[in-house]
Design a protein around this ligand. Structure first.
Ligand SMILES: NC(=O)C1=CN([C@@H]2O[C@H](COP(=O)(O)OP(=O)(O)OC[C@H]3O[C@@H](n4cnc5c(N)ncnc54)[C@H](OP(=O)(O)O)[C@@H]3O)[C@@H](O)[C@H]2O)[C@@H](O)CC1
Ligand SMILES: Nc1ncnc2c1ncn2[C@@H]1O[C@H](COP(=O)(O)OP(=O)(O)O)[C@@H](O)[C@H]1O
Ligand SMILES: [K+]
Length: 495
């Protein structure tokens, strides 16, 4: 797990690395620029001409060094110094002096971009106010150009740690140094980065990990999977109960049930409305089925006394009898629990129950469900703060789903970086709820089950997207790819 630090903490790490490791700041800039170029040429191996827009701070210094290094690699790199300040930072000036033919752009100058790709090195983590005026016009020109834009460290104009912003470069790729920035994970700000790639520029890791921060990024090595011993039997891998489905939404129950079985659960019992019986038995023969007295809706959810974990919610619906039954159920349940979908919507209508949930209950809301549960938030930063407060207050694990799902517990916020926009399709969430419940049922602690589940689910999505493409990806594809995701994490073979 890697700590996500603030811009101020990055500056402190920068100074620490320079003083403690005897590297000069200009050499650190050169190293950062080299790592950028290596990554850039892997992403765009065939590019032959680029325009580099460089500011007067150290991000600009990187840009000018990058232009020189690209020229050395045979790329026709034209640098523009965007002179928003009268003087250049010392390292920017050194790199300016080492470069021939750098065009200086000032207010009122016009630039017609004539290249295959733009590198944006105007502002980095030193941004201290929103970008406006002639710089905003320049950003607008860059954003309107129909060539790819690759940003150095952060898209210029984007704050690393907060949401307010003026004009911002909209990057196709961002090659960031040492750590992704917090704003990359939040929808309102993360949409500017395009795909981000993090390169190691050799800042002192121990210093970074010693900084105070509640924010982390999950890595493959953090994913735990229950061991399967040679003489193990199905009783060793948990008895999972799933309560799900209603008329017209049996698919959610089936997807979730399959995910539970694909994630290693020993035994699964599914409690469903009577009319879903045949569909469930035919689709998931591995599962045992108990039928509710309700034909189209569950009205009498009963806790399975020997269950090691319970999931309730996928496709449940909000019929009055289901609401009544669920409230009773939640008052009596004392098991490791995952609440998803309509269970969350019903809980939102009865928020007093939040404090009665078993400790470490896992809630898996998407943004809409989260707002219903804990109130509207002005942006993703406020949402994360609210999630942290709720996780602490009620001792919950909140899986706040999105492009970078955050697993929030009383101690930390852990972001996920697997998955892709192909997963924005009905049923993906049901699969996730199933994976997390199966891991919980096999004895993993709630936070670990949530983290591992989220990572494996996203990775299954990435494998599925490789196979069928993001557009065609559907939730059943996640189930097909899940075995590869699990197996590759187990063998530590992540592609
Ligand atoms: N840390 C590391 O580990 C390493 C960091 N490196 C690189 O350094 C970058 C950070 O560099 P940095 O600190 O010089 O900041 P950067 O963003 O280039 O410019 C700051 C200037 O912008 C100005 N300014 C701000 N907002 C403005 C606005 N809205 N409109 C107009 N002006 C505005 C502000 O001016 P002032 O406030 O004085 O008016 C100041 O002069 C980092 O992103 C990375 O690329 C690597 O080289 C090596 C390792
Ligand atoms: N753009 C995206 N990038 C990565 N993952 C995504 C994206 N959009 C959705 N997902 C993932 O897909 C799942 C969608 O869940 P949810 O919104 O509950 O859908 P449903 O209830 O229809 O299954 C979540 O795990 C979410 O993190
Ligand atoms: K930049």
């Amino acid at each position: 797990m890697k700590k996500i630090i603030s811009a101020a903490q990055t500056r402190a790490t920068d100074s620490f690395t320079i003083t403690k490791e005897g590297i000069s700041s200009i050499d650190l800039m050169e190293r950062a620029s080299k790592r950028f170029v290596e990554c850039f040429l892997e992403l765009y191996p065939a590019v032959s001409s680029v325009c580099v827009f460089a500011g007067t701070g150290n991000n600009g210094g990187d840009g000018l060094a990058i232009a020189r290094l690209l020229q050395r690699n045979g790329v026709d790199a034209q640098a523009y110094l965007v002179k928003y300040a009268d003087s250049l930072s010392a390292d920017c000036k050194s790199n300016f002096d080492r470069l021939d033919n750098c065009v200086v752009l000032k207010e009122g100058d016009h630039t017609g971009v004539n290249c295959e790709l733009i590198i944006d090195a105007i502002f980095g983590s030193g941004l201290n106010r929103p970008v406006e005026g002639w710089l905003a016009d320049l950003f607008d020109d860059i954003n309107r150009s129909d060539v790819p834009v690759v940003s150095v460290d952060v898209p210029s104009g984007l704050f690393a740690d907060s949401s307010g912003h003026g004009a911002v470069i909209r990057a196709d790729d961002t090659i960031t140094f040492q750590r992704p920035k917090r704003s990359f994970f939040v929808p309102e700000t993360g949409r500017f980065t395009g795909k981000w790639h993090c390169v190691d520029i050799g800042l002192n890791e121990a210093f970074i990990e010693g900084q105070e921060s509640d924010f982390y990024l999950i890595e493959a090595s953090d994913v735990g999977l229950p061991k399967r011993e040679k003489f193990s039997h199905k009783g060793n891998f948990g008895k999972v109960q799933l309560l799900a489905g209603s008329y017209g939404k049996m698919g959610a129950a089936i997807l979730c049930a399959k995910a539970i079985m694909r994630s290693g659960a020993g035994l699964l019992t599914v409690h469903i409305p009577r009319e879903g019986y045949t569909a469930m038995q035919v689709s998931v023969p591995e599962a045992m089925v108990t039928v509710d007295e309700g034909g189209e809706f569950i009205s009498n959810p009963v806790v399975q006394s020997d269950a090691s974990a319970i999931c309730i919610g996928p496709g449940l619906g909000v019929n009055e009898s289901t609401v009544h039954g669920l409230l009773q159920f939640l008052r009596s349940v004392e098991k490791p629990l995952v609440l998803d979908a309509d269970a969350l919507n019903i809980l939102a209508q009865n928020p007093l129950l939040l404090k009665e949930l078993p400790s470490k209950t896992v809630l898996t809301p998407h943004v809409g469900e989260f707002h219903r549960l804990f109130g509207e938030c002005k942006d993703g930063f406020e949402r994360l703060e609210r999630a942290q407060q709720a996780a602490k207050k009620y001792d919950l694990v909140i899986v706040l789903k999105g492009a970078h799902t955050a697993v929030v517990d009383s101690e930390r916020v852990v972001f996920n970086n697997t998955g892709n926009a192909g997963m924005a399709t009905g049923g993906s969430g049901d699969v996730l709820a199933g994976i997390i419940t199966a891991l919980l049922g096999q004895g993993m602690a709630a936070s670990e089950a949530a983290l591992s589940g989220v990572y494996l689910h996203g990775l299954a999505g990435d494998y599925a997207a490789k196979k069928v493409g993001e557009v065609s990806l559907m939730a059943s594809d996640l189930l097909e790819s899940l075995p590869y995701s699990i197996d590759n994490v187990r063998k530590k073979k992540i592609i």
